[in-house]
Design a protein around this ligand. Structure first.
Ligand SMILES: Nc1ncnc2c1ncn2[C@@H]1O[C@H](COP(=O)(O)OP(=O)(O)OP(=O)(O)O)[C@@H](O)[C@H]1O
Length: 821
């Protein structure tokens, strides 16, 4: 290409001016320098005022990068888009409804001499107001009055014509239509007074509200990210670096013009200054990343369980991972972008000043080529991001295969299958990467080819200009150099833009996570179909309704106290806290079509020991989660010691209640830390010892190499040993309410009996609610609640229920454990 340029030049130009028109360029030099000084000064000034700058940056993000951000929004809100299109449908439907009303009203023809005009005008106005989402009260009142007047007139006329025996059927029809109109307006007036809205009106308003909400959320997400950036003083350094880059870009442009030592010195002098800034901004980027991660981690921990139900576990890991590298990229990329754009702009300016005609042919095609190439790269990069996301998830699943799932894999001979799966995944990834690279390479070559073609055309144009004497030879060289530099910078953008996208997309998901609330469970009512069926069947559903509830509770309390042999204390003031569920409905937000609790009511008196049992999946663990307020019920109340858990401060509730979950979790730390987890440090060893004894785990701890300080990570504890440590962790807190979710299922009969005896000894000062399947466990409690289809189907003492002919509990255990009766 260069050879071609030289050949064209030597063939076409004779007597060109060399060196370039320095006089003209020198004239413009001071102007460039002063413009740059003003620009740098503005950047630094703005930098001292972070908040306006923040909104400036936000605006810039949302205005100048519309394409990228639109894409982010598309990825971010597939669900919201669906919602939006539904809303739009509803608005259209509302419009249609009002249109059809209008057609009805206009279908009757005004009688000669009658004045129906005002009625139609009013109807039109009313319809327009409805479409706009609001109805003017004055308009309605006026409409109503006019119509009432017309109606009485019409009634009069109808009566007259009927009396005269000349009704041709038209009057009745018109009267009917007028009456309809009047009724519609009357209803609208009433709704207006009561604040109630018609379905179309409400839908229009809901749609508007939802749209407003979406915009607000979007703004908040961006604002939170900008605020974090400001906290890390990142923008300050980013702008400092950008300004240096702008200065450097401009200086290198000036170098073409002056070739002076002074300029070279200036250009070289920026290197140490840039190095200084680089060292500082690396530190600030790291500080920003730390702060972002800490903030994100704390935010994620604050969320309730519904939030995590909605989010795949590996997604949270991926988020934390993304927060790691985002700081440096956010700092680096704007600088690169600013310096590239500055270079391009200054070269274009130079081109324009030298020869505006050549600017059109040499300079302007490059942006189009860059735009097309960048589009291809952006698409490829989006696909690459998805591949990387999948990679995080798949790597997590393979790590599980090598870790917690290893025994299951080996036990089922799944090694070969797992190796194959991993190989297939690697193979598909390799193909995807190869495809991406091929696409990128091809686009790069195509873009270069297009640029060279444009350059050739520009050169031909230049030749013509030089031949005509409209362009000096020196100017031509300046133009060609400036166009080359601007073009190559622009071509660089096709790689830079996807990098910006690959930072903005994770940044958007982090911002979204920082503003995502769990939203809580879906609200009741949900229809409970089995209620009527059971009534019809006359089955003995033990669903304790409001009226029968107190009687049932009184009976259960009596029976519990008689079994225990000691009076049960009332809840409150340091006495054991009773547990009460009142008509509780609950559905997991992630499976709204499957209600779990459907009006669950029961009461366990303070200091008593009760058990929840029922078929697997009937909602026993869910009851315990609700008691701990890991989820909130859709309807109904849950009381501990007469106090609604919904109104209790969370830390207070968790200090009252302790839980041993179905699958105990031990932290990779000392036994002492695991037992005293959540208590203030230093840990009270005496209390831990007492709890360990109650949980029958003391001897085990004493036999460990480091006793209390042995790390459980390397101990390979059995299921029963883990359960007992988790039980000690619950008991050391001395809770008023103890929840055990099949917490003794892995213990042998002797150890279980000993543990249950210790728990019974706590009765009177601690209310215990157990989830149990084992008959031995059920026989040791005072009250059993049998759950079915989300409510208490049977309740009573163990012996009573187990001997009940046709009872649910007795049928469940009849075939297996007759010997235990
Ligand atoms: N986080 C969740 N998101 C959605 N559904 C859930 C969730 N946890 C449980 N479920 C569903 O709620 C229902 C009740 O679950 P729960 O764990 O309370 O049953 P369970 O009676 O304790 O069962 P098991 O005796 O087998 O432990 C089940 O159908 C289950 O699939």
């Amino acid at each position: 290409m260069d050879r071609l340029v030289k050949a064209v030049l030597s063939a076409s130009v004779k007597g060109g001016k060399w060196p370039p028109d320095a006089e003209r360029l020198q004239k413009n030099g001071p102007f460039i320098l002063s413009a740059l000084t003003v620009a740098c000064w503005t950047v630094f000034r703005t930098n001292l005022k972070p908040r306006p700058l923040a909104s400036g940056v936000h605006q810039h993000c949302f205005q100048s990068n519309v394409k990228l951000l639109n894409e982010i929004l598309r990825v971010r809100s597939e669900a919201e888009n669906t919602q939006l299109s539904n809303l739009v449908d509803e608005i259209v439907e509302a419009e249609n409804l009002s249109d059809s009303c209008h057609v009805d009203a206009s279908s009757f023809v005004p009688r000669d001499g009658d004045s129906y005009g005002p009625a139609f005008t009013l109807w039109d106005a009313w319809r327009e107001a409805l479409a706009a989402g609001g109805i003017d009260p004055g308009l309605l009142r006026a409409g109503h009055k006019t119509l009432v007047a017309l109606l009485s007139e019409e009634l009069h006329a109808t009566a007259e014509s009927l009396r005269a025996g000349c009704d041709d059927g038209k009057y009745g029809g018109k009267l009917h239509a007028l009456l309809d109109l009047e009724r519609g307006l009357r209803q609208a007036t009433r709704r207006l007074h009561t604040g109630e809205r018609s379905v179309p009106e409400q839908r229009v308003l809901d749609a508007k509200g939802a749209l407003r909400g979406m915009k607000l959320r979007q703004w908040r997400q961006a604002r939170s990210l900008v605020r974090l950036l400001l906290d890390g003083r990142m923008l300050g350094f980013a702008f400092l670096k950008s300004s240096l880059a702008v200065l450097a870009g401009a200086l290198s442009t000036l170098r073409y013009q002056y070739y002076g030592d002074m300029t070279n010195l200036l250009v070289d002098a920026r290197a140490p200054a840039e190095g200084q800034v680089l060292a500082q901004d690396t530190q600030s980027a790291r500080a920003f990343s730390f702060r972002l991660k800490t903030h994100l981690f704390a935010h994620l921990l604050r969320q309730d369980c519904t939030y995590f139900d909605r989010m795949a576990p590996e997604e949270a890991v991926a988020l934390m991972h993304q927060a790691e590298g985002i700081g440096e990229e956010l700092l680096e990329l704007p600088t690169r972008l600013a310096s590239t754009l500055a270079q391009v702009a200054s070269n274009w300016w130079l081109l324009h000043r030298t020869s505006p005609e050549l600017m059109a042919s040499l300079g302007l095609a490059a942006p189009l080529v860059t735009w097309a190439a960048a589009q291809v790269h952006l698409t490829a990069d989006r696909a690459g991001l998805e591949v990387r996301r999948q990679e995080v998830a798949t790597t997590a699943s393979h790590v599980q295969v090598l870790g917690s799932h290893l025994r299951t894999v080996k036990a089922h001979g799944g090694e070969a299958q797992e190796s194959r799966r991993y190989q297939e995944w690697q193979e598909s990834r390799r193909c995807q990467l190869a495809r991406g690279e091929m696409l990128t390479g091809l686009t790069g070559h195509l873009a270069a080819l297009l640029c060279d073609t444009v350059k050739l055309l520009g050169l031909c144009h230049a030749t013509v200009l030089v031949r005509r004497g409209q362009l000096q030879m020196g100017d031509l060289v300046t133009c060609l150099t400036a166009a080359d530099v601007a073009r190559s910078d622009l071509l660089g953008l096709q790689y830079l833009l996807p990098r910006i996208q690959s930072v903005l997309l994770p940044a958007a998901s982090i911002a979204r996570a920082l503003h995502m609330d769990s939203g809580g469970p879906p609200q009741w009512p949900v229809t409970v179909p089995h209620e009527t069926e059971e009534e019809e069947e006359g089955s003995s559903r033990c669903h304790v309704t409001a009226s029968s509830f107190s009687t049932a509770i009184a009976q259960s309390s009596n029976s519990a106290s008689s079994l225990c042999g000691e009076p049960l204390t009332d809840a409150g003031g340091g006495t054991p806290h009773g547990v009460c569920f009142e008509e509780v409905y609950f559905t997991y937000a992630t499976s709204p079509q499957r209600p779990v609790l459907t009006g669950l009511s029961f009461e366990l008196s303070g200091g008593a020991m009760g058990a929840l049992c029922g078929k697997s999946g009937c909602g026993k663990s869910t009851v315990l989660s609700l008691l701990l307020r890991l989820y909130n019920p859709g309807a109904g109340r849950i009381l501990i010691g007469g106090e609604d858990v919904a109104t209790m401060p969370e830390h207070y509730l968790r200090s009252l209640v302790a839980v041993v979950p179905q699958e105990p979790v031990l932290f990779p730390a000392s036994v002492l830390h695991n037992i005293c987890y959540g208590l203030p440090e230093p840990y009270d060893l005496a209390k831990a010892q007492a709890a360990a004894k109650e949980a029958e785990v003391f001897d085990l701890i004493m036999s460990l190499p480091g006793k209390w300080y042995a790390n459980v990570d390397g101990l390979r504890l059995s299921g029963g040993q883990k359960q007992r440590i988790a039980l000690a962790r619950a008991l050391v807190r001395d809770p008023l309410v103890l929840l055990l979710d099949e917490a003794t299922s892995a213990l042998d009969a002797v150890t279980e009996t000993a543990v249950l005896a210790h728990l019974r000894a706590r009765a009177g000062r601690c209310t215990s609610l157990l989830v149990a399947h084992r008959l031995s466990t059920l026989l040791s409690v005072q009250q059993i609640y049998f759950l079915e289809q989300g409510y208490v189907a049977e309740m009573g003492e163990a012996h009573e229920l187990l001997h009940k002919v046709g009872g649910q509990l007795s049928s469940m255990y009849m075939s297996t454990s007759a010997s235990c009766f």
